[in-house]
Ligand binder design. Structure first.
Ligand SMILES: O=C(O)CCC(=O)C(=O)O
Ligand SMILES: [Fe+2]
Length: 360
């Protein structure tokens, strides 16, 4: 990880500790990045996904989200943009990116597991819009321009993350813009070993957790927190003081954990930032919820996009969607025939499932 001080020209109060990405080759994450994700809670990489796929995704997203100067932009700036663009999508580039073998491989490397042991639990493309002059005065407690420092687990799991050495999920942000133009770098707080005072156990001292109200906006959240937990207010300020910011270009990916402190920071005025958030969990971690409507809910469409997606996916890609794997007890002569009857016309190859049962 390389960091350097950078004085933003348009905003003299912001002096960031920048993180620049490490380049990936041949689907292999650099060992130092895997180690950093496991120890410090995040890593930041470039060149993992093919640039033509990133460009296709940018073109599709551009068609989908209003330009920053449009009136419609104001209504959809919150996280997830109201679920407008989630998996599975009619946008082929988005599905391809979500299930890309290089991505599955990278996530399996971080979790020290195999691709078919992963399950998709979130895939969301959304837009964040920079404030326009005068917007500060209108900022509500749920405004996401300048977020409170937080961890993501509360609305991903109905439990609590396991101890640090047993991570259950990888969350990531894929950036489709250049931070120098749009601003809004994600800030992360690296964990500095088991005794780091910023990472006490359990992780509950943040607005929204337990009996604390959920408040997104930093100023409002810290004011509320200092009323509810006055003894811990200064400790939360130490989290902001330790944050580092990602210097993203299109295609760069921040991999992080559900138990790492991070937040979204203000965008440049009048700009739009497009990102994709994706989470893969371990199959065994059933307490981590899928954030979207089940995949099967996309069946029955006239263009049969879900059926075609299932039929043309490989075994690992089907596994991450929860499709029965070749070794599953699901398979018997009847189910082999039934799945072929449902998906065969779209090119589904039943052979690997048959072969696993010694039927040819
Ligand atoms: O927008 C970002 O950079 C981070 C967003 C985030 O952490 C969140 O909404 O949970
Ligand atoms: Fe977050």
């Amino acid at each position: 990880m390389s960091t350097k001080k950078y004085q933003k020209l348009d905003n003299s109060i912001m002096q960031y500790n920048w993180i620049t990405p490490s380049s990936c080759s041949q689907h292999q994450l650099p060992a130092a990045q895997i180690e950093q994700w496991q120890q410090k809670g995040f890593c930041f990489v470039s060149d993992l996904l093919p640039s033509d796929l990133i460009q296709a995704l940018i073109d599709d997203a551009n068609q989908h989200f209003p330009k920053p100067d449009s009136e419609a932009a104001a209504d959809i700036s919150d996280f997830g943009s109201g679920g407008r663009f989630t998996f599975p999508s009619r946008t082929v580039s988005f599905n391809k990116m979500t299930l890309h073998p290089a991505l599955l491989s990278a996530i399996a490397q971080l979790l020290k597991t195999k691709e078919n042991e992963l399950r998709l639990s979130q895939a969301d493309l959304w837009a964040k819009y920079g404030r326009r002059p005068g917007d500060e005065a209108k900022a509500s407690i749920q405004d996401n321009a300048d977020q409170r420092i937080h961890v993501d687990y509360p609305n991903h799991t109905i439990a609590h993350p396991s101890p640090w050495g047993r991570p259950e999920a990888v969350e990531m942000i894929l950036y489709l813009d250049d931070v120098d133009q749009v601003g809004g770098p994600t800030a992360v707080v690296p964990r500095d070993g088991a005794d780091d005072p910023r990472y006490p156990w359990p992780i509950v001292d943040s607005p929204g957790i337990g009996d604390l109200r959920y408040i997104n906006d930093r100023t409002n959240a810290e004011k509320y927190f200092s009323q509810q937990r006055p003894d811990l207010a200064a400790w939360r300020q130490s989290l902001y003081a330790a944050e580092q910011h990602v210097r993203f270009k299109p295609g760069d990916i921040l991999f992080y954990r559900h138990d790492v402190w991070h937040r979204g920071t203000p965008m440049n005025t009048g700009q739009r930032r497009l990102v994709t958030n994706i989470t893969y969990r371990k199959a065994e971690a059933e307490w981590i919820s899928t954030l979207h409507t089940g995949w099967a809910w996309s069946a029955y469409r006239d263009d049969k996009f879900l059926e075609k997606l299932i039929a043309t996916s490989n075994l690992d890609q089907r596994a991450v969607l929860g499709f029965p794997q070749p070794e599953s007890n699901y398979w018997c002569p009847e189910t082999l025939a039934a799945i072929e009857a449902r998906y065969g016309m779209f090119g589904f190859d039943i052979q690997p499932y048959k072969q696993a049962m010694n039927l040819h």
